[in-house]
Ligand binder design. Structure first.
Ligand code: 5GP
Ligand code: ZN
Length: 114
């Protein structure tokens, strides 16, 4: 997708602080962190929202969680705790329409979210 910021990051056309990349899933630091640890995990392939997932994407989405687990361990927050969030569409506050999982950690996170 030509105008998608996360496709550009996945293609290396826009710089990002990359923590993990296996060619299918990419993890990089959020540019505007909401917690001491705020990482975004995306599929390389453009999928706009969770609503656009298909059954064939099951392994890809599973890989997002496995990479979240790995990054949390590498950043030392696996035991203290972390949250994974995928916002979908307007009411959830989705701003970038390329599926991404937030990994938030490093402070006590409030619940429920606003
Ligand atoms: P959303 O509200 O769509 O779930 O979250 C989008 C996230 O992407 C926000 O937390 C925002 O800070 C982050 N973001 C937007 N543009 C960029 C960018 O160019 N680089 C990085 N690293 N993060 C971005
Ligand atoms: Zn995209």
């Amino acid at each position: 997708m030509d105008d998608c910021i996360f496709c550009k990051i996945a293609a290396g056309a826009i710089p990002a602080s990359i923590l993990y990349d296996d060619g299918a899933v990419l993890a990089f630091r959020d540019i505007n962190p909401e917690a001491p640890v705020h990482v975004l995990l995306i599929p390389h392939r453009h999928i706009a929202t969770l609503n656009d997932l298909e059954a064939a994407d099951a392994a890809l989405i599973g890989q997002l969680f496995l990479v979240a687990r790995r990054v949390a361990a590498e950043l030392g927050v696996a035991e203290s705790g972390y949250r994974t969030v995928i916002n979908c569409n307007r009411d959830a506050g989705q701003l970038v329409f390329h599926v991404h999982m937030h990994l938030l950690a490093g402070r006590e996170l409030g619940w429920p979210p606003g």
